[in-house]
Design a protein around this ligand. Structure first.
Ligand code: 5GP
Ligand code: ZN
Length: 114
């Protein structure tokens, strides 16, 4: 997707603070962090949102969560805890339409369900 900012981050056309990359995913720090640790884990291939995943993407999505777990350990927040979020479409608060997993942690967070 030529007009997608996250595709441009994957290709290196837009700079980012990268923390991890492999053949399936790229992870980088959020430009506007909502927590001390705020990392985005994204598929290297463009998928608009969770709604547009296909069955073949199941291993990829599992890998995104696995990488998030490894990065949480690297950030030193495994024991203190963290939150993994995928926002979807307007009501979910999605603003970038290249599917991504937020890894948030480093301090206690308000529970999203109140
Ligand atoms: P969403 O609101 O779609 O769940 O999350 C999009 C996230 O992407 C936001 O937290 C926002 O701060 C982050 N973001 C948007 N544009 C950029 C960018 O160009 N670079 C980085 N590193 N993060 C971005
Ligand atoms: Zn994209």
């Amino acid at each position: 997707m030529s007009d997608c900012i996250f595709c441009k981050i994957v290709s290196g056309d837009i700079p980012s603070t990268g923390v991890y990359k492999d053949e399936l995913v790229t992870a980088f720090r959020d430009i506007n962090p909502a927590a001390r640790t705020h990392i985005l884990i994204i598929p290297n291939k463009h998928i608009d949102s969770v709604n547009l995943m296909i069955a073949d993407d199941k291993p990829l999505v599992g890998h995104m969560f696995f990488v998030a777990r490894e990065l949480a350990a690297k950030e030193g927040i495994s024991e203190s805890g963290y939150r993994l979020i995928m926002n979807t479409n307007a009501d979910g608060g999605q603003t970038v339409f290249h599917m991504h997993l937020h890894l948030l942690g480093g301090a206690p967070m308000k529970h999203p369900m109140g």
